[in-house]
Design a binder for this molecule. Structure first.
Ligand SMILES: Cc1cc2nc3c(=O)[nH]c(=O)nc-3n(C[C@H](O)[C@H](O)[C@H](O)COP(=O)(O)OP(=O)(O)OC[C@H]3O[C@@H](n4cnc5c(N)ncnc54)[C@H](O)[C@@H]3O)c2cc1C
Length: 380
């Protein structure tokens, strides 16, 4: 009987790892990918949807169309994992056994973790939410917009900053920037978790006349009074609240032996094996690794998992070139007005972002289009 490889999640990490395995193993194992959605979503594009600069319908494709023909695709939601019996149960009750399991179920937003946030706040971290925010922004005629981070960790750490810079541009283009105040909140004592990025972003915020409210850990929102409250005792009135909700891992992972109470999977930082379960791997947002939850993270992690599983199946040592994840991440940082910077870093080397320029912005625009051909397929 063929070895069974089960991949959970059809986003950036799951699609790529399944395709890399199919190419490497050429039928020597049965690969099944289970995903809750039949579409693959390009989430970075949601950043532009609130401003009407991107049609959300162009940001998803059929997952099947992105998968190697050797991969069995099942659409269904994992409801339970027993890592000892090696069985995953789906919501419809069907049970799937595996020899190797790859967890790539990403992260989910949980606005319900903050009282009043679901009713009082907007965000752009789901397709629906980005579109809803677009409608709210189109109606906005001036006033106070509070943009912030409602909990750490969250995916795409730079997106709230990017949104703020693009919001300044959007309001300026609409001719209502003078009648608007933008406040940016962040939970720690600077405007971004990584100091070198905060050093570049803080003066840019100042230049754009955005007031930064640091040490703002969102405690609750009063949608009727239109107030946001922090644990530190700050009270912020708003006309429009754009707050990135807290995140968790997939529901079925919360409190599972492989994960913590928030559903973040306990992952070895270099091999990407799940702690205590060497036949289970994790990549992308779902890990508890001390590195950005970003598509590029999943992109750089996938070859490590594919090589390790292939080597184990073939009874050889993994190729040292691909056997270790060094924490590599690459993120663009949109700064508005057709300029962007870029962050390259890993576990040991912090980023040194260059001053925003047009070249990097157009690189990002090109990447947004090329993603479909390069990333999930494993071409890049
Ligand atoms: C607004 C925004 C902008 C961003 N910009 C960037 C950027 O510029 N650069 C960058 O690198 N990253 C960016 N990201 C982050 C990036 O999109 C994610 O980090 C990336 O998609 C993570 O990949 P993943 O495979 O771990 O999870 P996902 O791509 O989220 O995929 C998770 C998959 O698991 C499936 N799933 C979930 N639960 C279950 C379950 N119980 N059973 C079965 N399937 C399940 C989902 O349907 C989905 O297919 C951005 C994100 C947002 C929201």
């Amino acid at each position: 009987m063929n070895t069974k490889i089960l991949v959970l999640g059809g986003g950036t990490g799951g699609t790529l790892v399944a395709n890399l395995l199919a190419k490497k193993l050429k039928g020597a194992a049965d690969i099944t990918l289970v995903s809750a959605l039949s579409r693959h979503l390009y989430q970075p594009g949601w950043l532009y949807v609130p401003f009407g600069w991107q049609d959300p319908r162009t940001l998803s494709r059929s997952l099947k169309s992105l998968l190697n023909k050797r991969i069995n695709l099942e659409i269904g939601k994992a409801a339970a994992l027993n890592p000892d019996t090696q069985i995953v149960t789906l919501e419809d009750g069907s049970a799937l056994g595996y020899d190797y399991l790859v967890l790539a179920t990403g992260s989910r937003v949980t606005p319900e973790d903050v009282p009043g946030l679901a009713e009082g706040g907007y965000h752009f971290y789901t397709e629906e939410a980005a579109w809803r925010l677009h409608a709210a922004l189109e109606e906005f005629q001036g006033g106070k917009i509070v943009v912030g981070v409602g909990g750490l960790p969250h995916k795409c750490p730079v997106a709230p900053l990017e949104f703020t810079f693009l919001l300044d541009e959007y309001l300026t283009r609409r001719g209502i920037r003078e009648q608007s105040e933008i406040v940016y909140t962040y939970p720690i004592n600077r405007v971004f978790s990584i100091e070198s990025v905060a050093d570049v972003a803080a003066p840019l915020l100042e230049e754009r006349k955005v007031r930064a409210e640091t040490f703002f850990n969102l405690e609750s929102v009063d949608p009727h009074k239109k107030m946001a409250y922090s644990l530190e005792g700050t009270e912020l009135p708003y006309d429009l609240l754009v707050m990135i909700p807290p995140h968790r891992g997939a529901k079925f992972l919360e409190n599972n032996p492989v994960a913590d109470a928030q559903g973040w999977v306990k992952t070895e930082r270099e091999t990407l094996q799940v702690k205590g379960y060497p036949h289970i791997y994790a990549l992308g947002d779902t890990t508890d690794l001390p590195i950005s939850k970003a598509g590029s993270t999943a992109h750089f992690e996938a070859p490590v998992i594919a090589e390790r599983i292939a080597a184990s199946l073939e009874g050889r040592q993994p190729d040292p070139k691909h056997a270790t994840y060094d924490g590599k991440v690459m993120c663009f940082l949109e700064a508005g007005y057709n300029k962007a910077s870029i962050l390259n870093f890993d576990y040991n080397t912090p980023p040194t972002p260059p001053a925003p320029n047009a070249f990097i912005h157009y690189e990002k625009m090109a990447f947004n289009k090329a993603y479909w051909y390069l990333v999930p397929t494993g071409m890049l």
